[in-house]
Design a protein around this ligand. Structure first.
Ligand SMILES: C[S@@+](CC[C@H](N)C(=O)[O-])C[C@H]1O[C@@H](n2cnc3c(N)ncnc32)[C@H](O)[C@@H]1O
Ligand code: SF4
Ligand code: SF4
Length: 498
């Protein structure tokens, strides 16, 4: 099996090393660009296994028992990553890889209005594309980030630490001092009328929600008395002992300036504890924050350096922590830094969130197929809606996604038809085509994705005899173009030649 390595293995060759005849077209395009994409073929399965072996588990984050996924899987004959053991539909990483390579300019920006599991984000990242995905369910996003953390980027990013800044003196956050002197004022904002400005990164939104936090647009909402809801009457943080404090709160004394230098946040010098009480250096009193950012060993090295030297020090920060620091600060500030080291998953309704999506080189998604698989009880969840409401919301989301697509670029939706209560097809494929065409895009390609047969051979006789419904073992790959198809192709070819 051909292994998928980190970024260096950019050009994949499906044919080499496989026990199938060499095929010159496949060598050039990774698979044959015919209108039948057969996931049952040996090379496809091998490639899929290679992707799974890097740790992609797209089914994680979905509650298979709460919703009607069994019915969906039965109808679609889709088995999970680990064979028949899971009930949950898993997006195909090989299809993802092919669509990115065929229809997105190298290093291009992908947007995905219905992100679901981690597959499309992780595959994008591994192939050097930028990915922005929107998903309504915070538990799914948490699972996606956990996987991305393991798979995507284990390496560290070098940054500078301002030794002078970290030698500034503070009292330290002892409970007695918080109760009697500072009242934990660092939790409150001096500039925001709401009273607080606490950023909750999408990776931890689910956890904070489960503990009772209300989060809107990535910000933890204050109580009526303009305080954090997790502050007790003694001004102590009730999450502190539970180990559940948000990343933004733990890291809060520090920020990265535009030169990638870690400094003490300016507003900390306005706090009571600055230059007060015990007057201990920041690197000591905020050691736990440093440990969160850099890990225990690197923190020990940092402290040793600062204790004996005055010059700045270059240190290694895990890429994910670097990204979270920047993402959190971007939420608060107008001058946003454009750092994308990880797939970006946003929690929310695609209808609202697409407005803030980056301009796209490729739209790639797999929408809910009506109410065939119900993902949550959130009224904004498309899979919860009556078909006519579903189509209206679906069209609006497609409109907003198409607005973000640059000219002369492709869009691809993977869709499957499904039946109404009377057993008749909804013709969801045509509704999807119309939705894109109404936005001025052109239908450019249509391919049939042949799925695994699963248990269909066992069920088909009864099903066919009773209803004459033929066994569905395919989905439709719809590719649209905004602008001119040849120019869109040129964009991909030119960048490939660079
Ligand atoms: C077809 S699923 C994706 C399934 C896919 N096989 C996967 O996991 O990669 C569609 C996703 O859209 C999400 N969704 C439904 N309504 C949404 C909305 N209004 N905005 C954003 N996401 C939504 C669902 O929670 C679900 O995860
Ligand atoms: S950082 Fe300062 S204000 Fe905040 S809890 Fe610690 S001592 Fe109090
Ligand atoms: S979660 Fe805790 S540390 Fe963070 S703002 Fe609230 S009370 Fe303060």
């Amino acid at each position: 099996m051909k292994k998928i390595k980190k970024k260096e293995e950019r050009v994949f060759d499906f044919a080499k090393g496989m026990n199938i005849p060499k095929n010159i077209i496949r060598e050039r395009f990774d698979a044959i660009p015919f209108s039948i994409l057969n996931t049952r073929e040996g090379f496809w399965q091998e490639r899929k296994q290679a992707w799974i072996s890097i740790g992609i588990e797209s089914e994680v984050g979905r509650n298979s028992n709460a919703y009607n996924t069994k019915q969906w899987v039965n109808e679609h004959q889709i088995s999970g990553n680990k064979g028949q053991s899971t009930n949950i539909s898993v997006f195909d990483p090989v299809l993802t890889e092919l669509m990115y390579k065929w229809f997105c300019p190298p290093q291009g920006q992908i947007i995905d209005p219905f992100a679901g599991g981690s597959v499309r984000g992780i595959v994008a990242h591994m192939l050097d594309y930028k990915y922005w995905g929107c998903e309504l369910r915070s538990e799914q996003i948490q699972a996606n980030y956990e996987q991305a953390k393991d798979i995507c980027q284990q390496e560290n990013i070098p940054i500078k630490i301002s030794t002078a800044s970290l030698k500034q003196l503070f009292n330290g956050c002892e409970p007695k001092y918080i109760k009697n002197v500072c009242h934990g004022r660092c939790c409150e904002s001096s500039t925001m009328s709401e009273g607080t400005l606490i950023t909750i990164h999408p990776f931890e939104e689910n956890k904070i929600r489960q503990m009772g936090g209300n989060i809107i647009n990535g910000l933890l909402q204050p109580t009526e008395n303009k305080k954090c809801k997790f502050k007790n009457i003694k001004n102590l943080c009730i999450l502190h002992s539970k180990g559940g404090k948000p990343f933004g709160c733990v890291a809060s004394p520090f920020t990265l300036n535009n030169n990638d230098t870690l400094i003490i946040r300016n507003r900390y010098r306005l706090l009571k504890c600055y230059n007060n009480g015990n007057k201990q250096p920041a690197y000591k009193v905020f050691m736990k924050s440093l440990e969160l950012l850099f890990g225990i060993n690197e923190t020990a090295r940092i402290i040793k350096h600062i204790e004996y030297c005055n010059d700045d020090i270059i240190v290694q920060i895990p890429a994910i922590n670097y990204q979270i620091l920047i993402d959190n600060d971007n939420r608060k500030h107008d001058n946003k830094r454009d750092v994308v080291l990880f797939p970006q998953w946003i929690i929310g309704d695609a209808l609202d969130e697409l407005e803030n999506a980056p301009n796209a080189d490729f739209i790639f998604s797999c929408p809910p197929y009506g109410d065939l698989e119900v993902y949550s009880d959130d009224p904004r969840d498309l899979s919860n809606m009556e078909y006519h409401t579903f189509i209206a919301a679906y069209k609006r989301i497609i409109l907003r996604a198409c607005k973000k697509l640059k000219n002369n670029r492709f869009a691809c939706f993977i869709v499957g038809d499904f039946r109404d209560k009377n057993g008749n097809y909804r013709d969801f494929i045509s509704h999807t085509k119309n939705a894109f065409i109404e936005q001025g895009l052109h239908l450019y390609n249509e391919a049939i994705l042949i799925n695994a047969v699963g248990s269909l051979p066992i069920r088909i006789t009864k099903q066919f005899e009773a209803s004459r419904k033929i066994g569905k073992t395919h989905q439709n790959v719809l590719i649209f173009v905004k602008g001119d198809g040849k120019k869109a192709a040129q964009n991909i070819n030119e960048k490939n030649e660079l």
